[in-house]
Write a protein that binds this ligand. Sequence first.
Ligand SMILES: [Zn+2]
Length: 120
Amino acid sequence: MTLQCPDCQHQEVRNAGTSRHGHRRWACKACGRTFGDKNYRLIDSQTRERALALYAEGMSARAIERIVGVSHNSVLNWVRKEVADQALQPIPPATQQVVEIDEMWSYAGSKKDPSGSGGP
Ligand SMILES: [Zn+2]
């Protein structure tokens, strides 16, 4: 059996385990793309981008399934991934603010010490 990368036509692939449906999967040694050897429909990036563009226009995932020819599950997975990538933002460290306030208070407290009471 000769396997060939669907992207770059490289013929060296490594075993990438099995998909959740039990199909064997392979990964291209040249570009790293993974693909299955049977019952797996290769979807190129153009199709994916077209599907995402249609979704952005307000089209339902099932309508995209009929027009573009990919399963609505794939479409929804892509949309979720796109949203997740954009939603990744650092969470502001709320606890740090409290610490700073605490330090300010303790600093102000130490300033209240009486001074100038002693002499030479
Ligand atoms: Zn490749």
